[in-house]
Design a protein around this ligand. Structure first.
Ligand code: ZN
Length: 338
């Protein structure tokens, strides 16, 4: 018990990313102490450059069943040379170890919470909240941030990058946009934040503390295709170049198709999900996107498109759970309502 209290009181102290000597890398685990659920850790690597520059925080594996970011982090250990770096890269190699180990989609296996919905977290909260608390402190110490995700175990997804603007992020929007362009994905979603309502996602926590941030989504259905891992690694290196942290220019990419935010559609019934559409489909307001049926085949609800757009990502597996995300539609930029 005393050991546990000591670990917790240490955890309550401000947490600084460990310092590496210039031109070197240091690898360590942030210890998340046990409370009413088990202890865990966050494996981190800090690359300390040889010249001054931005401090980039790259968070991988906030969802532990999204494997492209986790494998990209492993590759980046060998791809980022601190001797050629300006500034610092703090690489969170696997933010959500328990979800990865227990193969848990969306949710933490102990508290049932979605780590990407509990920021800024709490030192004395549940396991997800304690992990978010530690990550929040790394966000505080960074100057720019990338959160790498992909389609979770049951989600299909078209690769995209998200920028963060709006009233609360006007100052940092230009940098967020430059980072997103440099990443080089074919679709870009501009998220606006005119007001923030807690709890936050990891990106929104960065917005709330004034940091330029991008969301990257690559891969789908918990797969780990080598081509997707390549895309993620190249994108991160492109961002480092765009921010003058590495020499050279980002690889040229075709201008991305731009979208003005997204509209999410949740299940309001639990049952078996029969989607009518696939990711990438153009849909019109009022279209039936799929049906939820009960276990005798009776219809429980139809999911209707709330507006025109493109299906960006969606639940593609049979389980439908009331309150969970079913389909997310991206709004083509020309259709933006002023
Ligand atoms: Zn995710």
């Amino acid at each position: 018990m005393i050991v546990r209290l000591l670990a917790l009181s240490l955890f309550l102290l401000p947490l600084e990313a460990q310092q590496a000597a210039p031109g070197t890398r240091i690898d360590y685990d942030i210890a998340i102490p046990a409370l009413n659920d088990p202890a865990t850790r966050i494996p981190v690597s800090v690359f300390e450059g040889v010249k001054p520059g931005p401090s980039l925080l790259l968070t991988c594996g906030v969802h532990g069943f999204e494997f492209v970011p986790i494998l990209a982090a492993q590759r980046l250990l060998n791809e980022i040379d601190p001797k050629k770096l300006s500034g610092r890269v703090v690489l969170v190699r696997l933010a959500h170890v328990p979800a990865f180990e227990r193969r848990s989609i969306f949710y933490n296996p102990y508290d049932g919470k979605n780590l990407n919905r509990v920021f800024l977290g709490s030192a004395t909260g549940t396991q997800s909240e304690r992990i978010a608390f530690a990550l929040t402190q790394l966000i505080d110490q960074s100057s720019i941030h990338i959160d790498l995700h992909g389609g979770d175990g049951t989600e299909t997804l078209d690769n995209f990058v998200g920028t963060y603007g709006g009233k609360l992020a006007e100052r940092q929007f230009e940098t967020s946009l430059a980072m997103a362009r440099a990443f080089g994905l074919p679709r870009m979603v501009d998220y606006r934040y005119d007001e923030l309502t807690r709890p936050y996602s990891c990106n929104r926590q960065a917005v709330a503390t004034g940091k330029p941030t991008i969301l990257v989504e690559i891969g789908q259905q918990g797969r780990s295709d080598a081509s997707d891992v390549d895309l993620a690694v190249r994108g991160v290196l492109n961002v480092l170049k765009s921010q003058k942290m590495l020499l050279g220019n980002p690889a040229p990419a075709k201008p991305a198709q731009r979208f003005s935010g997204t509209a999410g559609l949740n299940f309001s019934k639990s049952g078996i999900w029969y989607p009518n559409v696939k990711t990438g489909a153009a849909v019109r307001k009022g279209d039936t996107l799929g049906t939820v049926k009960d276990l005798l085949g009776g219809e429980l609800e139809k999911l209707i498109a709330p507006e025109d757009g493109i299906v960006l990502y969606m639940s593609a597996a049979p389980p439908a759970n009331s309150g969970e995300a079913a389909i997310t539609i991206a709004r083509p930029q020309q259709a933006q309502k002023k």
